[in-house]
Design a binder for this molecule. Structure first.
Ligand code: ZN
Length: 242
């Protein structure tokens, strides 16, 4: 399922779906990346028959590399390379995880430092980090690289303590104390309900009496959004550009 998990470029999703997947393998001392495209054509008028769908697999290309470093440089060439080369669409990538682990950690750290990805991109980038978590028990090297994954504060850009895969654009503790309303008046957010749920803003120094009813907040004119964190507490994230 996961190898064919990516749908793109279809004109009419109900009738035609295209999935891309890759295979990475070694042959004659070279590393080869084979690109395959699977097209599924659906015939809604034949839905009650065995012939309501037809699948066709097509070989798109096979690229050859002298090293895994060369392979990695090739797939990470474009700015949003992870949209084309998703970890879960490259069959046998795990065979090469020890060589790739340091490259993956370095690359995804760089993406998180730059923060030029959307929320949905983040899930795709996370597939690459998950390879390190998935294989960390198999190799000390992969374990060490998985510990190098980093997230950065979306305001001051300092490295955060711990790695937050879920909130790669959140702000650090110090910056949380700098959030204000639109006019620059200091506000804070807290869980409004028991067990760390709910998210309520209030003006600082009012004993939580003067409420601030929005989730949008500001630091030096930059917009952030406060929300209840998944496992309790509050998280303040950089506002997503629409
Ligand atoms: Zn900060």
């Amino acid at each position: 399922m996961s190898l064919f998990s990516r749908i793109f470029g279809s004109n009419d999703d109900s009738k035609r779906q295209e999935y891309v997947h890759y295979v990475l393998y070694e042959a004659k001392g070279k590393y080869c990346l084979k690109k395959m495209k699977k097209t599924i054509l659906m015939f809604p008028d034949r839905i009650n028959t065995n012939a309501h769908a037809e699948a066709k697999t097509q070989h798109v290309f096979t690229k050859k590399f002298r090293s895994l470093l060369e392979f990695w440089s090739y797939i990470t060439k474009s700015k949003k390379w992870y949209l084309e080369y998703q970890a879960d669409t490259i069959e046998h990538i795990e065979k090469y995880i020890e060589t790739l682990a340091p490259l993956i950690a370095k690359e995804t750290n760089e993406l998180r430092r730059n923060m030029e990805f959307s929320k949905s991109d983040n899930f795709i980038i996370a597939q690459w980090d998950n390879l390190l978590f998935r294989y960390k028990d198999k190799s000390e090297l992969v374990l060490q690289e998985s510990k190098k994954l980093k997230t950065f504060c979306a305001n001051c850009k300092n490295e955060r303590r711990g790695f937050s895969q879920r909130y790669p654009k959140s702000i650090c503790h110090e910056c949380s104390s700098k959030v204000t309303d639109k006019n620059g008046r200091s506000i804070e957010f807290f869980n409004s309900e028991a067990l760390g749920s709910g998210c309520q803003g209030c003006y600082s120094g009012t004993n939580q009496k003067e409420k601030y009813e929005l989730n949008v907040c500001y630091i030096d004119g930059k917009e952030f959004v406060a929300e209840e964190a998944r496992f309790g507490g509050i998280v303040i994230n950089l506002k997503e550009e629409l």
